[in-house]
Design a binder for this molecule. Structure first.
Ligand code: ATR
Length: 281
C-alpha cells in the first residue's frame, strides 16, 4: 500500500481558499503521493483537530481565519523567528522522544518578503523608510518582515491611530512609528516603500486622499489584497509612474515552507503556477 501523506487547510468557513489549488499543483508537478484537503473546523473543535497531527493522520497543514491566533496558543513548539506575531498559519509534525508533537510557524512574513525579492529584485537596497497601511493581523507579519530589511523606520499608519501606535510599539520597538492615515502626506517624501495590509481595495474600494504623488518617483507600492489583482491603490501608483507589485505572489510564496515541511521538497513559485491561480481570480 502506498502511504499517502495528508495535509489540510482549516478555516471556518473554508470555501474560498485557493491553497488546495496551489498545493495540488505542486503535488502533481513533483509526483508526490499526497493530498491537501480543505476542512471546515469550528473554533471549539480546533484543539481536538490538532490531535490528528499528533496521531499521525495528517503531516500538517495551513490554518486560516479565524484560527491563526488559537493555533499559536495550542501548538507544542513555536518557530522562534515568528513567535512574536502571536498567530500561526502553518502547522507540521515535530518528532520527539514521546511521539509526534505539533510545530507552528507563520509563513506570511516569509511570503511577503519573498514576493518582493522575486518581483522587485534589489527592492531593499538602500531602503530607508517604509509605510505600512493598516494594523491588523496581516500588518503584524508585514511590519515584522520589513523590520528585517529597512535601515530606517517602519511607519505603521492606521485608520484608528491607537491601533497603529500599539502595533508599532509591540512588533518593532525603537524602529517603528505608529500613526494615522492622515500622517501619510507628511511622511511620504522620505518613504521608499508603501504596503497596503488593510481590506481597502477589495471590491474596488479606495483610500480617500492618499497623497501618493508626494512619494519619491522611485518609490515602490505593493498591496497584499489580490482580488482584484490591480487594486485602485496600485492603479493610482502606476498612473503616477511608480513601481508596483501585486499581492498574489505573497499568497503563492507563503505556501512554500509548508509544502517543504510536509512533503520534503521545496517547491517553486513559477509563472505557470501564478497563471493557474490568476485564472481563478
Ligand atoms: P487582518 O487580520 O486581515 O489584517 P483586521 O485585523 O480586521 O484584518 O484588520 C483590518 C485592517 O484594515 C485594520 O487596520 C483596519 O483599520 P482599523 O484598525 O481602524 O479598523 C483596516 N481597515 C478596514 N477597513 C478600512 C477602511 N475602510 N479604511 C481604512 N482602513 C480600513
Amino acid at each position: 500500500m502506498i502511504h499517502v501523506k495528508r495535509a489540510f487547510v482549516i478555516g471556518y468557513p473554508i470555501k474560498h481558499s485557493r491553497s488546495p489549488l496551489i498545493h495540488g499543483h505542486w503535488l502533481e508537478r513533483h509526483g508526490i503521493a499526497g493530498s491537501y484537503e480543505p476542512i471546515e473546523v469550528a473554533p471549539d473543535d480546533l484543539p481536538a483537530f490538532l490531535d490528528r497531527i499528533r496521531s499521525g493522520e495528517f503531516v500538517g497543514g495551513n490554518v486560516t481565519v479565524p484560527h491563526k491566533e488559537a493555533a499559536w496558543e495550542l501548538v507544542d513548539f513555536r518557530d522562534l523567528e515568528t513567535d512574536g506575531l502571536k498567530a500561526f498559519n502553518t502547522l507540521s509534525q515535530q518528532p520527539t522522544a514521546d511521539g509526534i508533537a505539533v510545530y507552528g510557524q507563520n509563513t506570511d512574513l516569509y511570503g511577503f518578503l519573498a514576493n518582493l525579492d522575486q518581483q522587485a529584485p534589489g527592492w531593499d537596497e538602500g531602503l530607508e523608510n517604509a509605510i505600512v497601511l493598516g494594523a491588523g493581523g496581516a500588518a503584524r507579519a508585514v511590519a515584522a518582515g520589513l523590520a528585517l530589511r529597512v535601515n530606517g523606520q517602519v511607519r505603521i499608519l492606521n485608520r484608528t491611530r491607537d491601533r497603529g501606535e500599539a502595533l508599532a510599539a509591540d512588533i518593532v520597538p525603537r524602529r517603528a512609528l505608529g500613526g494615522s492615515l492622515e500622517d501619510f502626506a507628511a511622511l511620504a517624501p522620505d518613504t521608499q516603500l508603501v504596503v497596503n495590509t488593510t481590506t481597502v481595495g477589495m471590491h474596488g474600494t479606495r483610500f480617500d486622499d492618499l497623497r501618493l504623488d508626494l512619494l519619491p518617483k522611485t518609490a515602490l507600492v505593493t498591496d497584499i489584497v489580490y482580488v482584484p489583482l490591480v487594486t485602485p491603490l496600485l492603479a493610482d501608483a502606476k498612473a503616477l509612474g511608480l513601481r508596483t507589485v501585486d499581492g498574489l505572489g505573497m499568497l503563492l510564496h507563503q505556501a512554500v515552507p509548508g509544502f517543504e515541511a510536509w512533503f520534503g521538497v521545496r517547491p517553486e513559485v513559477t509563472p505557470e503556477l501564478r497563471a493557474l491561480v490568476e485564472a481563478t481570480l
